[in-house]
Design a protein around this ligand. Sequence first.
Ligand SMILES: Nc1ncnc2c1ncn2[C@@H]1O[C@H](COP(=O)(O)OP(=O)(O)OP(=O)(O)O)[C@@H](O)[C@H]1O
Ligand SMILES: [Mg+2]
Length: 278
Amino acid sequence: MSCDSQSSESVPRESAINVVNLKKSVITQEGELTILDGINLHVKPGQSVAILGPSGSGKSTLLGLLAALDTPSSGEIWLDGVALSDLNEEQKASLRKQKVSFIFQSFMLVDTLTALENVMLPAELAGVRQAREKAQQMLERVGLSHRLTHLPKQLSGGEQQRVAIARAFICEPKVLFADEPTGNLDAANGHKIADMLFALNQESDTTLVLVTHDMQLARRCQRQLLMESGHLSEPEHSNAQAPEAGSQDCSETERAGPKAVTAADDGAMPTRESGTWN
Ligand SMILES: Nc1ncnc2c1ncn2[C@@H]1O[C@H](COP(=O)(O)OP(=O)(O)OP(=O)(O)O)[C@@H](O)[C@H]1O
Ligand SMILES: [Mg+2]
């Protein structure tokens, strides 16, 4: 089942995500702060990509931009063939509803809704029939069938994270962005959630982009990228020439250090000029 209840006007391309010379700066009291400094990235449909890197290096900022939740200072992002700079806020919201799910580092559950209602929400907004039953199934899958009527404040951090994960999965998105999806979970639940992420990746051909500090989780992805001070690079042993989109569990061998390349794999980048956004 999909939450894509609208017809898409996107141009079909061979990439799920294309990023060209993406920059993000903000004005602070100390002056201009450059958070992302020229990011290039190409992700094929169905690929799984982990972004690693120190705290404060710009990982969450990049994820927010890729998911059309934030606006870059310059550069271009194509999501499933659609140039985000061509869209107004309403169109971006529509694109997100059709194609994207996001697991936030801070969960972002609605405080006044129960676990079940939080998971139902995106499916109801997309007009999915039997949203309640589907939400119940998703919560069972993350081990929370005994917490359906709890409000977020009545749930532990790990339980809230699992509700957020169930909510992200309910629409079987084309692209799933996950910001430290196992950050608050114990090892057993972390494994279970990781298994779910890769099951979705394989069953629905969902493209996965996840930020994590967990090397075990990162190594299950086809590619591992490193963010450092607003620059993204790809270690030589990252499986950029992925055997097949949707395959998983890359080698456990040690990764070499990053090479100074920000473009990701063999796909041609679009040549559209970078523009400054509002
Ligand atoms: N709106 C903003 N205004 C000022 N500074 C910001 C803003 N957004 C992000 N930053 C700064 O940009 C840097 C990158 O933030 P970001 O949240 O992307 O880091 P991160 O790599 O996700 O870190 P973590 O691993 O701790 O989650 C941080 O130093 C943060 O303080
Ligand atoms: Mg972060």
